[in-house]
Design a protein around this ligand. Structure first.
Ligand SMILES: Nc1ncnc2c1ncn2[C@@H]1O[C@H](COP(=O)(O)OP(=O)(O)OP(=O)(O)O)[C@@H](O)[C@H]1O
Length: 256
């Protein structure tokens, strides 16, 4: 584990202890009978699932099925009405889970007048981490962001490049679980392929990726586990290795 910490550069002492402890934990996400209503209308009904270290969980479902609500509860952005949500050994809403998680929304919000490396530096400091320029550049290179782009202003970045900075922020924060909400929406096929490759590398490093997506083909290619939500219920949960894209599409259409 110590090697793991060195690999990510400077980490606070308390985080070192936390991460040393985490290596022994393989269950990284647990949803236990989560319920949530908005204005009396149920958005999540008894949602339960588990996600292990190094797993990529792709959550499919129609608009309004409850995917974003699930993510927002784990990130602590909204409160659930019932049930429990755990990130590693920490309970969302009771313990501090912020340091363990990172979030890549559909469009990563960054400062347009700062460069990629400056944005990464700013958000790393906000999370309590201070890195050398070489280390910041290394995080960005790991995501595939080309060196000549790293010092250019964000306002000149494509959507795919912004997402790479978002992933670099997650790496710099040493988040164990990365939540993504429709990250490949609007990306061209090459950018989607690059994004898929980075996600697989993150999972190989032991990170958990929990992704809401409408992209059935990408879910099969990328995910280890695929969930299908329908009207706030996790109606299907399958192993990606046991289904191909056409079968998943068929099952999806039968489920929703
Ligand atoms: N802030 C809110 N106030 C009221 N209702 C909400 C709010 N956020 C979500 N909802 C409702 O909760 C349900 C689940 O929405 P959610 O955004 O989680 O779905 P989703 O699966 O992420 O959809 P999409 O694919 O469109 O992003 C929907 O009926 C939605 O209208």
């Amino acid at each position: 584990m110590f090697v793991h910490c060195i690999d990510y550069g400077r980490i606070h002492v308390c985080d070192k202890f936390q991460h040393q402890f985490l290596i022994h934990i393989s269950l990284m996400l647990k949803a236990l009978n989560i319920t949530k209503s908005y204005n009396g209308k149920m958005a999540l009904k008894d949602v339960s699932f588990e996600v292990s270290k190094g797993e990529i969980f792709c959550l499919l479902g129609q608009n309004g099925a409850g995917k974003t609500t699930t993510i927002n509860i784990f990130l602590g952005f909204i409160k659930k009405d019932g049930g429990k949500a755990f990130v590693a050994d920490k309970e969302v809403g009771k313990d501090d889970t912020n340091q363990l998680t990172a979030y890549i929304p559909e469009t990563v919000q960054l400062y347009g007048n700062l460069s990629g490396v400056e944005n990464l530096d700013f958000f790393s400091r906000l999370a309590g981490f201070e890195y050398t320029m070489a280390k910041l550049e290394a995080f960005l290179s790991k995501t595939g962001l080309q060196e000549d782009a790293q010092h250019k202003r964000l306002s000149s970045y494509s959507k795919g490049m912004r997402q790479k900075v978002g992933i670099a922020i997650a790496l710099a924060k040493n988040a164990e679980v990365i939540f993504m909400d429709e990250p490949t929406s609007g990306l061209d096929p090459k950018a989607t392929a690059e994004f898929t490759k980075i996600c697989k590398e993150l999972a190989d490093m032991g990170k958990v990726i929990f992704m809401a997506t409408h992209d059935i083909f990408n879910a099969v290619e990328l995910g280890n586990t695929i969930g299908i939500m329908k009207e706030g219920v996790l109606a299907q949960k399958l192993k990606a290795s046991e289904i191909d894209a056409n079968e998943l599409k068929q099952l999806y259409l039968e489920t929703i």
